[in-house]
Write a protein that binds this ligand. Sequence first.
Ligand code: CTP
Ligand code: MG
Length: 523
Amino acid sequence: MSTVGTEGFATLDGARSKSASTVSPKANSYIVYDELLRQRKAEASRSIIVQVQKENLCDDVLLYCSQFGEINKIFHYTSHIIEHSQKENKDLVFIEFKDEKHFEAALTASTHANHQYIIPACTPMLWFRHTKSSSIKKKLTSNKQIEIKKDSCKVLSKMEIKNKLAKVDSISEQILTLYDFTKLNDAGTRLRFFTAYQIERCFKSLFPNLVVVPFGSSVNTFGKQGCDLDLSLILDQNNTEKISSSLVYQTKYFSGQNKTHVKRLMETIADSMSTFLPGVSNVKKILEARVPIIKFDHLLCGVECDLSTTNMTAYYMSELLYIFGEMDWRVRPLVFTIRKWAESIGLTSKIPGPWISNFMLTMMVLFFLQQQHVLPSINSLKLSASQNDVRVADVHVDCTFLRDITKLPKTKNTDSLEKLLLDFFSYYSNFDFSAKAISLNMGKPVLKSENHPLYICNPLEVNLNVSRIVSIDSLHRLVLAFRDATWVLETKKERNHESKGLLSLFSKESIQKNWKESKKTAR
Ligand code: CTP
Ligand code: MG
């Protein structure tokens, strides 16, 4: 089995018996980001998904597919994406074969049905029909022990999360519980890499050097179950010219700097995916934006996707976030809690607009952890970089920083999650947003170079502000919310059962009450 896993990093095993300040999960061994992506892609390349009419047919699928070879991983999941205003519920089985030849054997044995009414694409997205051969009870060999996990991609409802949090005593444990039950799990991660691989596979015969790389919260380990999938399509990954070659490919003229060219390319990609790829639905082309994207739903994988082209800077940004998440076990649970808090009280939204995003909030948490000496500055990661770490993205963006963090000294900070959470809110309650910018590169506040309400220096393009879009009104709301959260955590020591610990932070009513009061005093 693969060594990759997003599951189980911060488990509560052994944690409950300890005091809140010492609650700490078991550490995983560190995998360099490129290797993690390589392993995930390899898994995706030998995986199939099979739609079944009913959940109880999963065992038959396992039995039938076992004839092609050994199965590494199998799980059941349901996809509920809305299509044409109708909620679709599909039962599916995900199967990873141990070997690519077993995967090939399964595809070779598959067929099309109703030839006259279909685009005859051959993809590893299949459906299961009962025939005489599928009901033959073949003797199971090495797959005997495999157990099919049901409903693997379930997203917990607000009430379910509330009930889980109400069962644990300390805020530190609640933070870990929240993380454990809401983080993107192995099944969700596999489906996201599978989605990326299917698009890559679709265009590979024309563009052998094309890659589709997932980035953002689906891969940087800050994603929650059900999060969107950000994808970057790169037409030619090995764009180095073989100077010694006398045979040169005939090609069409194209310039990545020419907006019309890029638009036409993206339109063609969107139309091809929409026409040829099973599962791809609700395709929307948003091509006038600064970064043009294609939005679509993958109904068979149950994910909503944003595809852009050649966005390698965002890829390295995801790597940077992944590295920070790996540096200390408290980073991800704290980020999850603060994102959840912001979502619960309406500070963030799925719709983009002049308010704070999850990505900006993550930057703020990382910056705060730099102030606590839990995390190092990016400049120090740049200074420790070796020749192997040199990367340049999108022609001019320097993405060189240390990749192998096992070389870094461990932090001496041993604060509990509860303390870090309170200190986070209190730090930003008193931050001088009017004069100072947040610089993860320097690891300390710096003077703003432009007068945007919230200034978070882009770690890879230092002259850009990642929070440029945030309005003064949104910043005010944010600061009031920080103050309110500080107040809630400091004063509500006596918690009643209903609004216990973190739950009192996630309540909209309490924040609105405080906003009203603070507005009165401001008048
Ligand atoms: N990104 C960036 N600069 C920005 C915004 C985004 O480099 N100003 C990159 C980051 O790598 C980010 C990714 O694009 O992680 C995707 O952006 P977005 O979807 O907004 O954030 P996610 O981190 O994916 O969070 P969410 O779960 O809210 O989608
Ligand atoms: Mg995203």
